[in-house]
Design a protein around this ligand. Structure first.
Ligand code: FE2
Ligand code: FE2
Length: 202
């Protein structure tokens, strides 16, 4: 087990999940670790981030254990995307067109394993300027809150770790990265402030 996986188990314990329960949750997701190690690391970081965010008290509407599971599983659909597309640098429109299928693929993959995580995987790209995946209409507010928190952690993690040319101004400047994050989540200033302090500036 690597250090990110240890961190994820520590978060699970802090969120009240027993280690065997958390292990059983992780087991079917670990195919992603072999498929794309960098995507797996991203998923662990997003889950850890979402759980810490939920535990910070910034938002009372998100349960830490749900945030951890849904954050880790959010990109499960990337199992269906070739690794060379996932890890393409620079990342161009031709790669983006293929990757967009991962939201609905994640919803399908997770539906029987963890229905809450399935919805969040389907929804986590539904709040951006050019949304894709599941549409938020008719989804319970608690699931939408969870999906928005995961989406914000996902975006912040990409700004902090994925320097593939999509946001060149943010690559070496936490301040510029904070501006990109704030523009992407204009009605979520509490998320932006916490993520800027705990992910972008870390
Ligand atoms: Fe995604
Ligand atoms: Fe992601």
């Amino acid at each position: 087990m690597d250090s990110l996986e240890w961190d994820a188990f520590a978060e699970a314990r802090a969120a009240g999940m027993e280690a065997p329960v958390f292990s059983a949750f992780l087991r079917p997701l670990q195919a992603l670790k072999a498929h794309s190690p960098s995507t797996w690391a991203h998923c662990l970081r997003v889950g850890i981030c979402a759980c810490r965010f939920a535990r910070s008290g910034t938002s009372s509407e998100i349960a830490p254990a749900s945030a951890l599971r849904c954050g880790i599983a959010h990109d499960a659909g990337k199992l269906d995307v070739p690794a060379e597309v996932l890890e393409a640098e620079p990342f161009g429109p031709e790669h983006y067109a293929v990757v967009k299928g991962h939201a609905l693929a994640g919803f399908r993959h997770l539906a029987s394993h963890d229905p809450e995580a399935a919805l969040v995987a389907g929804l986590h790209h539904a709040f951006q300027a050019n949304p894709y995946g599941l549409a938020p209409a008719g989804i319970a507010p608690a699931i939408l809150a969870l999906a928005k928190a995961v989406a914000a952690c996902d975006f912040a993690d990409a700004l902090a770790h994925r320097h593939d040319g999509r946001y060149p101004e943010a690559e070496h400047s936490p301040k510029a990265a904070r501006g990109v994050l704030a523009a992407a989540f204009p009605d979520q200033q509490a998320y932006v402030t916490w993520l800027a302090d705990n992910v972008l500036a870390a």
